[in-house]
Design a binder for this molecule. Structure first.
Ligand code: NI
Length: 161
């Protein structure tokens, strides 16, 4: 699987629900986990591999890989936290992003089993980042305007180089 980058308009589109959790989507999830490992990332969403489907995979250190299909964010903490983020679709760019500290999410796994979980720390961070991808939102959109402009200038400079 190839990971698409910022120039690709797919990253700006809203993903469609997965209709059937079948062998095909199971295979997609496996391939996404492989691509995530190859890219040495912690999360990867459908649009990032050219698939406008509501699926993302997360694998953080000390945890097993997790697959989220048709996820809903049920709630987020009022408390927020600033943490450095990057994205496999925006290589080499890191910036502090403020997000809720914890999140409750409902989704289906690759076996079609529904689950509901509360996540905190890095896991919450990655879930919120990946969920944004399904809505066509990137972490750089969540930066202050001056900070975003600096990041975009950096990306542009690199593309010209
Ligand atoms: Ni990302």
């Amino acid at each position: 699987m190839e990971i698409v980058t910022l120039e690709n308009d797919l990253l700006r589109q809203k993903s469609e629900p997965v209709k059937d959790i079948d062998g095909e989507i199971q295979k997609t999830a496996e391939e996404m986990i492989e691509a995530l490992h190859e890219g040495k990332g912690v999360g990867l969403a459908g649009p990032q591999v050219g698939l406008l489907k509501r699926i993302f995979v997360v694998h953080i250190e000390g945890d097993a890989p997790r697959v989220f299909i048709n996820p809903s964010i049920i709630g987020t903490s009022q408390e927020t936290i600033k943490y450095e983020e990057g994205c496999l679709s925006i290589p080499g760019v890191w910036a502090d992003v403020i997000r809720p500290k914890s999140v409750r999410v409902q989704a289906w796994n690759e076996k079609g089993r529904p689950f509901n979980m509360e996540a905190d720390g890095i896991l919450a961070r990655v879930i919120l980042h990946e969920y944004d991808h399904l809505e066509g939102v990137l972490f750089i959109d969540r930066l202050s305007v001056p900070k975003r402009n600096r990041v975009l200038a950096k990306i542009e400079k690199r593309q010209k180089a």
